[in-house]
Design a protein around this ligand. Structure first.
Ligand code: ATP
Ligand code: MG
Length: 576
């Protein structure tokens, strides 16, 4: 991790919300010796920006209240999980926290996460204890029959015919389940609660199922695996979690969370579950299942495709951890689900990059110009500040010569009214350099401009006698002889509609123009661009070097990703 990536601890006051208010009350009442939260992803995909919200909440609370937060892999479903996801999750969490709340990660020095699978022995013993208390039984109903027996929210369920097995028989069957005597799907261990409960989660929920599948952590040791509801509250208990914070859809699971802990008569204090509204973001999809579909069907280049809302995609796109944390703080924590306007995220990204990005000149779609009154073979080194927002960022030198490139869009042969850039006979200032006038347009056979012949007011540069002369437009440029080529990947929103997954197939809303690749002419200082550094290509947007760049060869190949445009072009398009 480079220094540039490590943001200083946030100086902003900690936010306030209903969960933090509760935690503050618990701290004041000395309810717990220490506040202990956790972030419990299932390693069945890469983390996305919704997870970032949860990470910032859980680690933020630990950070603000002098507590600890565990990163725990909720790895109880080996058929869907993979070590690749364990690794990406660990990387992403560490990246998001670096320099901010990494000190409240309850990890070992090797930064290894906790695993629910580490507790499989204890969880098994807890299940045995429930059986002995007469609160769990082995059920032979098939999945289909169990569905019928469960009833519906407005209709009570029916007791399983296996519900009244003796404790001895249950213990024997559960041991044999563990020993691998039965095939997948033939038996389950279920809690004995209430088949008539209005809460369907309390209708004798499954605690364990048989899966003859190897696990990425425990190998072939187990062929029965605990269900989320059983493993989660008990993993929280084992780790000494005080506040188990999750998204609203788990509110209906809370009575089961409490039932399991209370039924085992565990010593206090017990963890408690609190729920908040998940993040949904406009113009994207967030569920891991849908993200996986985009990856598997190769509609994006991988989990870290810069168009995805995954943490690794956002990082590759050039979004910093600090921008994501600021975004998470800004949107706050509520109890109401809603869609957050993607403009809020984009604003946080622009604010952050404006402070840190080095300014550079680059021309995305070049049009050649020749300054006819500028000597052939002459090069001037003009000085330009690296970042007007940051004095310590210093200056760099930009070469100026007779032949330059400007942006094709900055010239119009037949300009619309109020076009203040270059036009035949018109004047414009070249940023950091001279005022030029377009004298002649050279076109190809089809009439498209291929070269402009211009003259410069050679006294109009900074320090010259006409330096103060005002013209309406200023445009960027690069010297043709000195320019370095780069591949620039112009990313845009992945979907064309704000809520692609409300109905039907979300993939029909994919934006066919979400990626455009151009060969760009860059000022030569970009030859030394670094992976972690953020750049503003002046007048265009914010960019970062992509990891696909080849730097160590004789013929270096630079690739830049556009993180974001300077202004919100979508808002303008909608106003039209
Ligand atoms: P998905 O629904 O995308 O598949 P998930 O809920 O299955 O995600 P987990 O790995 O179980 O993903 O999530 C880990 C934690 O992150 C959970 O506590 C969950 O509540 C939280 N989380 C998941 N998605 C969001 C979101 N969009 N906003 C806030 N928190 C989230
Ligand atoms: Mg989940």
């Amino acid at each position: 991790m480079s220094l540039e990536n490590i943001a200083p601890p946030t100086a902003a006051p900690a936010p306030s919300d209903f969960i933090r208010d509760l935690v503050a009350q618990h701290v004041a009442a000395e309810h717990y010796p220490k506040i202990h939260t956790r972030f419990p992803p299932e390693p069945n995909g890469y983390l996305h920006i919704g997870h970032a919200k949860s990470i910032c909440l859980n680690f933020g609370i630990a950070h603000e209240f002098g507590g600890v937060c565990n990163l725990r892999m909720d790895d109880t479903n080996p058929t869907k999980e993979d070590i690749e996801y364990v690794e990406s999750i660990t990387t992403d969490v560490n990246w998001l926290l670096a320099g901010w709340a990494d000190h409240c990660l309850g990890l070992t020095p090797a930064q290894a996460p906790f695993y629910a699978s580490n507790y499989f022995d204890q969880l098994y013993e807890f299940a045995v204890a429930l059986i002995k208390k007469g609160k769990a039984f082995v059920c032979d109903l098939s999945a289909v029959d169990m569905e019928t027996y469960r009833g519906a929210p407005d209709r009570p369920g029916k007791d399983s015919p296996f519900r009244n097995r003796s404790v001895e028989e249950n213990l024997d069957l559960f041991t044999r389940m563990k020993n691998g005597e039965f095939p997948d799907g033939t038996r389950t261990l279920r809690a004995k609660i209430d088949m008539a409960s209005s809460n369907v989660w309390l209708r004798d929920p499954i605690l364990y199922r048989i899966r003859h599948t190897e696990h990425h952590q425990t190998g072939a040791q187990w062929c029965i695996y605990p269900m989320y509801d059983f493993a989660h509250c008990l993993s929280d208990y084992i780790e000494g979690i005080t506040h188990s914070i999750c998204t609203l859809e788990f509110e209906v699971h809370r009575p089961l969370y409490d039932w399991i802990l209370l039924s085992l008569d565990l010593p206090r204090p017990l963890p408690h579950q609190y729920e908040f509204a998940r993040l949904s973001l406009g113009y994207t999809v967030m569920s891991k299942r849908k993200l996986m579909q985009l990856v598997d069907e190769k509609l994006v280049t991988g989990w870290d495709d810069p168009r995805l809302p995954t943490i690794s995609g956002l990082r590759r796109r050039g979004v910093t951890a600090e921008a994501l944390r600021n975004f998470a703080y800004h949107i706050g924590i509520t109890k109401y689900n809603g869609v957050t306007d993607v403009a809020v995220l984009e604003h946080a990204i622009r604010e952050d990059l404006n402070k840190r990005a080095l300014r550079r000149l680059a021309v995305l779609r070049p049009l050649k110009i020749v300054i006819t009154n500028y000597p052939e073979g002459k090069t001037e080194e003009l000085d330009a500040v690296n970042n007007p927002e940051d004095e310590v960022a210093g200056k760099r030198w930009i070469p100026f010569s007779r032949e330059l490139y400007i942006e094709r869009d900055d010239f119009q042969e037949v300009p619309p009214p109020k076009f203040f850039r270059l036009k035949p006979g018109g004047e414009v200032r070249l940023k950091y350099a001279y005022i030029i006038k377009c004298d002649e347009v050279v076109t190809d056979a089809a009439g498209n401009p291929i070269e402009l012949r211009c003259t410069a007011d050679l006294d109009s540069k900074s320090g010259g006698t006409t330096a103060g002369r005002k013209v309406k437009g200023t445009i960027h440029w690069v010297s043709a002889a000195h320019a370095v080529d780069a591949e620039v990947r112009l990313y845009d929103r992945l979907f064309t509609v704000a809520e692609p997954d409300t109905e039907g197939d979300f993939k029909v809303h994919l934006n066919p123009h979400s990626l455009e690749i151009v060969t760009t002419k860059c000022e030569p200082s970009l030859r030394d661009a670094k992976l972690e550094t953020r750049y503003q290509f002046e007048r265009i947007g914010y960019f970062t070097m992509d990891k696909d760049s080849q730097l160590s060869t004789n013929n270096p190949q630079l690739i830049f990703n556009r993180t974001i445009t300077l202004k919100d072009t979508w808002a303008k398009a909608l106003q039209k």
